[in-house]
Design a protein around this ligand. Structure first.
Ligand SMILES: [Zn+2]
Length: 301
């Protein structure tokens, strides 16, 4: 019965597994026969005090960050497929024998069950993360290599910065992150190229798509020589504003290739043009994020 509910909820659009009515004491006694509650044993409602309504959610997500909480617990920040960015408390995960905790490390793609107070996953109190299963442990292919690790860290930070509002779905950003970490972990392309492709596409899905061909202001077909962060990419001679720079055509070509996924062209680009392109991406990103990324300065170019 519970297993069927879980499947039904995963296939359904809202992904809410069930709501449980009753006081905390009832929850501790476990699911009643025929009840709709699933996996309540792992939750510890007593820490939340009196409750009158609890909900279970299931979603998959990438672990962005973990923070210590008390002696043995952690706050896990995830970018989930259906609920956007979510913070949740994982209890007991810092004990050395916790397999549950080992699964909830940054870069991990996990299938998670949440236990939340009220009818919404993101509310006044943090939900509890009660179960998790690994979908893909990208961390093993990332943390052992310095260039991959710094690029991956910048990707996680970017994903967090672009998902300001907790609980607000950001499916495209989520899919970009999953794809980017997979590519990074497999070592298919140079880590800083994977990072720059991710940064450009993150800007694009968040409404800041830079133009690398036609003029960002008047639409004059490319190639256009001038690049202006404030104008949104390359601009023509008539539209150029003070502060516009003139990058090499190779660097502009590289950024266009990264944005559209032309990896053959991107992989063939010379190192100095790659560095030049990275500088433009960083400038463009900083302009739109207001604050720069802390992790970007550690990325090896
Ligand atoms: Zn123009």
């Amino acid at each position: 019965m519970p297993a069927r509910n879980v499947r039904a909820a995963r296939n359904g659009p809202r992904r809410r597994i069930g709501e449980v009515a009753g006081a905390a004491g009832k929850l501790r006694s476990g699911p009643r026969p025929g009840g709709r509650c699933v996996g309540l044993r792992a939750a510890r409602p007593r820490a939340y005090g009196r409750m009158d309504r609890m909900s279970l959610f299931r979603d998959d997500g990438i672990v962005l960050r973990t923070q210590k909480l008390g002696e043995a617990d952690r706050i896990i920040t995830l970018l989930t497929r259906n609920h956007g960015r979510v913070r949740a408390v994982a209890r007991g995960v810092r004990r050395t024998k916790s397999k549950f905790g080992a699964r909830l490390e940054p870069f991990s793609h996990v299938d998670v069950q949440f236990f939340a107070r009220g009818a919404e996953l993101v509310g006044r109190t943090l939900p509890l993360c009660t179960q998790s299963e690994t979908i893909a442990a990208y961390g093993s292919g990332i943390v052992t290599d310095y260039a991959r690790y710094t690029a991956g860290t910048a990707m996680l930070e970017t994903a967090e910065r672009f998902t300001d509002h907790e609980g607000e779905p950001a499916v495209q950003q989520y899919l970009l992150l999953v794809g980017g970490l997979r590519t990074l972990a497999r070592g298919e392309h140079a880590p800083h190229l994977v990072l720059d492709a991710f940064l450009l596409r993150s800007l694009a899905v968040n409404g800041y798509a830079p133009s690398f061909d036609s003029c960002a202001k008047c639409g004059l077909p490319g190639p256009n020589r001038f690049f202006s962060v404030a104008s949104g990419g390359v601009v023509c001679g008539d539209c150029r504003v003070p502060g516009s720079v003139v990058p090499s055509s190779e660097a502009i070509g590289l950024l266009g290739a990264l944005l559209t996924g032309d990896w053959a062209a991107a992989d063939a680009c010379a190192a100095r043009h790659v560095r030049e392109g990275s500088g433009l991406v960083a400038a463009y990103l900083h302009w739109h994020l207001e604050r720069g990324l802390r992790s970007l300065r550690y990325v090896e170019k």
